[in-house]
Design a protein around this ligand. Structure first.
Ligand code: GMT
Length: 377
């Protein structure tokens, strides 16, 4: 099949899922065309099966806001015609599903039928999409997609609760490539980050409000009072400055390192003992899954889809959002004993196998085939 994938090219959940899906599909013989404003960060190599088409929005002084979705839908029309694309798969509803729908309608005028699969990722539904400014357009785009998928049961429930949806939503969970994800590092170079007697706790995110970065620092503060530990903060975002300030106020600067964005997540997780994810909302929690595949147990909130990934008492622990004391206690429970830590590590790795890319990519392929057959393409 020839598949056009529209996504955000940035670090973080939906863009990573879309990019990894495209790469996996190309390895299974499909021709993939990424259409976005910048080459996706996880897309290293382009070849005859993976193409990248950049969407440019020319500056014009009259435009206070540049019309990205107009440029995207026009670009899609050109690419679909030029490469004879069979399917459009858009990740993140805003504005991708809306732009995709416009492209579909324009192509219809030329007698070309383009089925559209929309994958909902989380904030496009729970935070941004449900805002009254966007809700009608998001409802419309979901109802007018040919197939809609959500990355967890929890996100499906949220979508049905927040929008007026008149169609089926298929749950296709996020995934991880077990064959490459844990990198196979034998030399974790742990000594670069911590002393032998210290536990390493890691948090990775885009440092947005929804991640509750201050909770990460507060939990760590309590943990390091009980056992020797270091905290690695990976990522960039608006909450970083506040977090650094809090670290200073608590007097734990020598125990916390802010590493910024990284393309070497697996290397960092390789020497991590625990992953903290206290998010306010999380449709799935891909970062938790990335930790688990690297044998890192997870102490998290129980928001959204996290309990579908992090199994309470098995791969880590769940607490109510904001319950710092409970999270700290859970972290200490896991970290204070080598035998307990090793059991959680093994469980995390084992549970992550459920989400192996080998099991999930065929689910998308089935949906693509279904939509093509239903529409006799
Ligand atoms: O978590 C973020 O802020 C990034 C966001 C995104 O839109 O890329 O992630 C969302 O999609 C990921 C991939 O499906 C999920 O793993 C994240 O849980 C989800 N984030 C939220 O729901 C807050």
């Amino acid at each position: 099949m020839k598949i056009a994938i529209v996504c955000y090219p940035t670090f973080g959940g939906s863009g990573v899922v879309a990019t990894e899906l495209g790469i996996a599909l190309s390895k299974r013989g499909h021709e993939i065309h990424f259409v976005t404003y910048k080459q996706p960060v996880r897309l290293a190599l382009l070849n005859e099966k993976i193409h990248f088409h950049e969407v440019n929005v020319p500056d014009y002084p009259l435009f206070h806001y540049q019309p990205y979705e107009l440029a995207l839908s026009s670009k899609l029309v050109r690419i679909v015609k030029k490469y004879k694309i069979d399917i459009l798969h858009v990740h993140y509803a805003i504005p991708h599903a809306y732009a995709g729908y416009m492209a579909k309608e324009m192509l219809k005028q030329d007698g070309i039928y383009l089925p559209m699969v929309t994958t909902l990722h989380g904030t496009d539904i729970t935070l941004v999409g449900s805002h009254p400014f966007y809700r009608p357009a998001v409802s419309f785009s979901i109802n007018n997609s040919d197939i809609v998928t959500s990355v967890s049961e929890s996100l499906k429930r949220d979508t049905l609760r927040l929008f007026d949806i008149s169609r089926e939503i298929d749950v296709v969970p996020n995934f991880i490539d077990l064959s490459t994800a844990s990198g196979g590092f034998t030399d974790c170079q742990r000594e670069l980050m911590a002393n032998d007697d210290e536990r390493i706790i890691t948090h990775i995110s885009n440092f947005r409000k929804v991640k509750r970065i201050e909770d990460v620092i507060e939990v760590f503060h309590r943990v390091q009072l009980e056992l020797p530990a270091k905290l690695l903060m990976v990522g960039e975002g608006p909450e970083r400055e506040g977090a650094e300030k809090l670290v200073k106020e608590l007097g734990i600067q020598d125990k916390v390192r802010f590493l910024g964005n990284s393309n070497e997540i697996d290397k960092i997780l390789c020497f991590s003992d625990l992953f903290l994810l206290p998010s306010e909302a999380e449709s799935f929690g891909l970062a938790a899954l990335e930790a688990m595949v690297n044998e890192v147990p997870v102490v998290s909130s129980n928001a959204g889809g996290i309990p579908e990934v992090n199994i309470d008492g098995v791969t880590g622990y769940l607490s109510n959002v904001g319950n710092i004391a409970d999270m700290a206690q859970n972290a200490i429970r896991i970290l204070q004993d080598d035998a307990i830590l090793n059991t959680f590590k093994r469980n995390a790795k084992k549970e992550s196998a459920k989400f192996d890319i080998k099991n999930v990519v065929p689910l998308y392929e089935e949906l693509y085939s279904k939509v093509l057959v239903n529409n006799n393409v």
